[in-house]
Design a protein around this ligand. Structure first.
Ligand code: APR
Length: 238
C-alpha cells in the first residue's frame, strides 16, 4: 500500500521576504534599483552596450547577498519542511537565503546571483563561491560569462515547471511580491480553485487578488505566525 503524501504547500516569494535581511526590494517608489535605472543594468540591451557596468552592478548585489542572513520568514518555511510538511518554494529572488535557511525544494524563476552562466549556452553554469565575474572570464565554449539572472525582456526558462508546481498545490502562500512582473504574476492563476491562498505583505490589502487572504504584516512576523498555526493544526485547513 502506498503511503499518503502530506499536503503540498507552494510558496511564491519575492523581494519583500528578503527585505528584512537587508536586501532592497525593486519597487520602492523611486523606480530605481539600488540607485540604478533597471534598463541600465538588467536588460540584454544594457549587457550589449556596457557589460562592465552590468557586471559591476551584479558583483555588488552578490557581495550584499553573501553578507545577508536569512530572517525569521525564511527560517519558518524551512522549519515547516523539517516538521514533515511538503513545501516547495518558487522564488523570484536571485539570493540564496531560502537555501541557507534550510529549504530543500527551491525553484529560482529569475536565476541565481551566485552562479555565472555562459552567454552562448544557458546550460553552462558555474558556481561563484568567492569574487565576481570580470570581463575576459570565459565559459568552456570560449564566450564571456554573465550573471545567471533573467533580465527584463528575456524568457523565463523555469516558468512551466513553476506552473506545474502551483497547479498541484494543496495550499499557497505568497510573500513579499508586488505581483507586477510577468509571467510570475500569472502563476496564481494556475492554482486549483479549492486550494486556500494567503498573501503576507505590508501592502497585502491593496495587492490581494480575488480569493486570496491578505495578511498585512512584514514577512518576519506574518510567516512565522502562519507556520505556527499550521503546525498546531497539523495542516492548512481552517
Ligand atoms: N515583508 C513582506 N513584504 C514586504 C516587506 C516585508 N518586510 N517589505 C516590502 N514588502 C513588499 C512590498 O510591499 C512589495 O509588494 O515586497 C514587495 C516587493 O515588490 P517588488 O519590489 O516589485 O519585488 P518583486 O515582486 O519580487 O519583483 C519581481 O521584478 O525587478 C524584477 O526580476 C526582479 O524578481 C524581481 C521581479
Amino acid at each position: 500500500m502506498s503511503e499518503r503524501q502530506p499536503p503540498h504547500l507552494v510558496v511564491l516569494t519575492g523581494a519583500g521576504i528578503s527585505a528584512e535581511s537587508g536586501l532592497k526590494t525593486f519597487r520602492d517608489g523611486d523606480g530605481l534599483w539600488e540607485n540604478h535605472r533597471i534598463e541600465d543594468v538588467a536588460t540584454p540591451e544594457a549587457w550589449a552596450r556596457d557589460p562592465a557596468t552590468v557586471l559591476r552592478f551584479y558583483d555588488e548585489r552578490r557581495e550584499q547577498t553573501r553578507s545577508a542572513r536569512p530572517n525569521a520568514a525564511h527560517r519558518a518555511l524551512a522549519e515547516l519542511e523539517t516538521a514533515g510538511f511538503r513545501v516547495s518554494v518558487v522564488t523570484q529572488n536571485i539570493d540564496d537565503l531560502h537555501e541557507r535557511a534550510g529549504s530543500r525544494h527551491v525553484l529560482h524563476l529569475h536565476g541565481e546571483i551566485l552562479l555565472a552562466r555562459s552567454s552562448v549556452d544557458d546550460d553552462l553554469r558555474y558556481p561563484l563561491p568567492n569574487g565576481g565575474i570580470a570581463i575576459g572570464d570565459l565559459c568552456d565554449k570560449g564566450s564571456q560569462l554573465r550573471p545567471d539572472v533573467v533580465w527584463f525582456g528575456e524568457s523565463v526558462p523555469r516558468y512551466a515547471e513553476a506552473c506545474d508546481l502551483v497547479a498541484e498545490a494543496d495550499a499557497l502562500l505568497v510573500v513579499g511580491t508586488s505581483l507586477a512582473v510577468m509571467p510570475a504574476a500569472l502563476l496564481l492563476e494556475q492554482a486549483p480553485l479549492e486550494a486556500p491562498c494567503w498573501l503576507v505583505d505590508p501592502n497585502a490589502r491593496e495587492l490581494t487578488p480575488a480569493g486570496v487572504s491578505p495578511i498585512a504584516e512584514p514577512a518576519s512576523r506574518g510567516v512565522p505566525e502562519l507556520v505556527a498555526e499550521w503546525q498546531a493544526r497539523g495542516g492548512f485547513a481552517d
